[in-house]
Design a protein around this ligand. Structure first.
Ligand code: XUL
Ligand code: CO
Length: 462
């Protein structure tokens, strides 16, 4: 989110005129790019059309649009500059003067809604500081937010685009360098609380269907200066205050925690799905929160792509998905667009099995590579990922409709369906009874796990 000066050889006057043209409410930010059509017979070179995503097509009794609930993230797509620790910004957008002005924030937002509409995506998501600049103090920051929330409300109404979720950025400002809710200084925790208070208010105003907490700095770099138990107790206290305020103001969206194992801190407390579930149960918060799973975070935790989606769903806590992917060979959070059909099939199988992801969605927490510098690349990236998930949906629907894999997995556990197995599942069996069973039945027969058989079956569908 660093600011930058556009690389241009033109004079200051030319530049002002360049940006001024985008201030008009009817300005066009992506000229020459039409609403993206559905063209199922398109060839390989046609990457500006949907080949599979056909929003109204019915799959398993529900429209594709409804199963997939796509959302565009504002931070990467409209605040990302392509800067990395080794290089300057590469993604210079013609409407963005790189300043922290309200006028620039408005231009970015108008460009955003044109982009969502041309893609035909019905949801967006943002951090408070993505949409409005931080002011000199809390009141000023809140005033800036109000200006941009007014515009967001107007543009949501005009385009029909809705807010999947809002979140607060409690990690970029230097005050949060030692954490927000887990900061050893209560003054910083208080600042975070004040920010989330406002965040919940604007989420309510904009009709957000969820509210996300990603603990960007909630973790540690060294245990030598850290009291882990106190920090986790503080984090739980913070969440309890958020629940109380949500109820007080009548915000009905789902609260979501987004697990991540590391980066920016060496160890993040919300390590993975199972860690967050244990945290929620430990502090009695599991009825108030669900999880927002980001597969790039899952693979950073050393799991396979669909692991956290599967684990969260297994406990009825899969609330939403930040549908991106990483490069496990690199080992950091690359936030790439998901293009692998096997991965999207695995995720959509879980979503179908749990009867949908609503009120969550598939939010593209993804950024184009810093080398993908054209405006068209923003579209191509999202279209490719939307088609990849649409194909995943169709593959998963076929897998479930045919039921071959489901039936074989069920058979694998059939010894628990009756007799001693059913007694174990019901919690009725005892060690003495199980010993007696073994003495009577002897050595268990060895049964193949048949992993390769399952892998071959998936290849049949994908
Ligand atoms: C960071 C990340 C965030 C959250 C929202 O890795 O995924 O963008 O999704 O704060
Ligand atoms: Co995310």
């Amino acid at each position: 989110m660093s600011s930058f000066a556009p690389t241009s050889t033109s004079s200051a006057g030319d530049r002002n005129a360049q940006f001024a043209q985008y201030d008009a409410p009817d300005a066009v930010y992506f000229p020459g790019i039409p609403a993206i059509p559905f063209k199922p017979d398109a060839g390989p070179n046609e990457t500006m059309v949907y080949k599979t995503y056909n929003p109204k097509q019915i799959v398993n009794g529900r429209s594709m649009e409804d199963w997939l609930r796509y959302s565009i993230c504002f931070w990467h797509t409209f605040r990302g500059t392509g800067a990395d620790p080794f290089g300057f910004p590469t993604l210079i957008r013609p409407w963005d003067d790189g300043s922290d002005s309200l006028a620039n924030a408005k231009r970015r937002m108008r460009a955003g809604f044109e982009f969502f509409s041309k893609l035909g995506v019905k949801y967006w998501a943002f951090h408070d500081r993505d949409i409005a600049p931080e002011g000199a103090n809390l009141s000023e920051s809140n005033k800036n937010l109000d200006v941009l929330v007014d515009l967001a409300e107007e543009l949501q109404k005009k385009t029909g685009v809705k807010l999947l979720w809002a979140t607060c950025n409690l990690f970029a400002h230097p005050r949060y360098m030692n954490g927000a809710s887990t900061n050893p200084d209560v003054h910083v925790l208080a600042y975070g609380a004040a920010q989330v208070k406002k965040g919940l208010e604007i989420a309510k105003r904009l009709g957000a269907e969820n509210f996300v907490f990603w603990g960007g700095r909630e973790g540690y770099h060294s245990l030598l200066n850290t009291n882990v138990r106190r920090e986790l107790d503080h984090m739980a206290a913070f969440f309890k205050m958020a629940v109380a305020y949500k109820k007080k103001i009548g915000f009905t969206g789902t609260l979501l925690i987004e697990p991540k194992p590391k980066e920016p801190t060496r160890h993040q407390y919300d390590y993975d799905a199972m860690t967050v579930i244990a945290f929620l149960k430990n502090y009695g918060l599991d009825k108030e929160f669900k999880l927002n799973i980001e597969p790039n975070h899952t693979t950073l935790a050393g799991h396979c792509y669909e692991h956290d989606v599967t684990v969260a769903a297994a406990y009825g806590l899969l609330g939403s998905i930040d549908s991106n992917t990483g490069s496990p060979d690199l080992g950091w959070d690359t936030d790439q667009f998901p293009m692998d059909i096997k991965n999207t099939t695995a995720v959509m199988k879980v979503v179908l099995e749990q009867g949908g992801i609503q009120p969550g969605g598939l939010n593209f927490d993804c950024k184009v590579r810093r080398e993908s510098i054209e405006l068209m690349d923003m579209f191509i990236a999202h279209i490719g990922a939307m088609d990849a998930f649409a194909r995943g949906l169709l593959c998963a629907a076929k897998i479930l409709a045919e039921g071959v894999i489901t039936k074989q997995v069920a058979e694998r556990y059939s010894s628990f369906d009756s007799g001693i197995g059913a007694r174990v599942e019901k919690g009725e069996a005892t060690f003495e009874e199980l010993e007696k069973f073994v003495l009577e039945n002897g050595e268990p027969k060895r049964i193949s796990g048949r992993q390769e058989h399952y892998e071959s079956m998936i290849n049949y569908y994908v």
